[in-house]
Design a protein around this ligand. Sequence first.
Ligand code: G3I
Length: 360
Amino acid sequence: MSTSRLTIGLAFAGLTLLLGACSDGSDGRTAPDTLAQGARAAGIEFGAAIDWDLNEPRQRILAREFTSATVENSLKWQSLAPTPESYDFTRADAAVAIAENNGLRIRGHTLFWSRLNGLPTWLEAELSATADPGRMLEALMQAHAKTVVGRYAGRIAQWDVINEPLALLSGEFEPDNPFFEVLGEAYIDIGLRAAHAADPNAALFLNETSVEFLPAKFEGLIALAERLLERGVPLHGLGLQAHFIFVPPDRDQLEAQLQRASALGLTVELTELDIALPLFANAPDPLAAQAQAYADVVAACLAVPACTGITTWGIDDGRTWLDSFELSAANAPNRPLLFAADGAPKPAYTSVLLALGPAR
Ligand code: G3I
């Protein structure tokens, strides 16, 4: 066994012994046996992104360790509606069933997103063929929300109604966004109001990426939320995706951002957490450094009562979007999650258990 693997092995063994020592309550701290047990004690949800094709080993981890599930792809508009006239809920229903069969809270992701496969393939052609694209798009959005949110009313607790409305690196609106191009900022009002009409009990979120390390973008998100609330739009939460690919989490900055969302009267969740291991390539023990980063994120959430949930964007390192995403694939394997590709818990898993451990 190489020295570095031996070091990691000893470190993990040491953490396990520490965890074992803690778990008997001898030092007053009782570390939970699972993430789910820790999350319940801490009063938050701890979730994972899943989809219709979740295999048996991952379903066992999901059932044992998590309290919440987000449907990663099958509830996106392009996934659901291959044509303007028809919906295919086969995969979405299968993903929702996995979560329901395990008694998990469900986050719906995402009704209106202009990037990657968020948009139906036919939408822009439909809009360019009509004399009144604004009227058509508003009607299509209302029908989409009614169809999808209505189908899962009372079953999906939270919806990422609007995903990534802002430009990648600024607090301005994403310019290459058909919703914004045709309707302006009002598209967000339309989406939220339609989702609320379809399920008045669902918590409705704006979900944004990269605000954790782009202060101007975060300010843009807060200002947008303030305008929506001033207009009386049904907005209940902000989702900070928390993808840490090129910048590690800053615990104090993250806590301050969560407090800002809370000060608006909103719930806030870390909705797509992953922390790429290459961030710590120069650390003496990268896995231990990753573990500390995860503990920092959990501590920031637990410090803010309005932070009601943390969701990791996947279960194990064997299935992560980062290893295929053009900006991070070069670093593959990114190993960003709490479980190794073989399903074994990593040091980050243990550090999250310890961070969740003492009840809030
Ligand atoms: O389902 C089809 C499959 O039938 C087909 O054979 C295959 C061929 O390419 O594509 C499959 O769809 C892919 C889908 O993932 C399911 O695997 C899409 O091409 C691919 O673009 C899609 O990538 C997803 C990406 O969002 C775009 O929707 C990633 O898995 C998903 O992790 C990622 O998640 C996003 C969040 O929704 C929003 N925040 C950022 C995050 C990372 O980009």
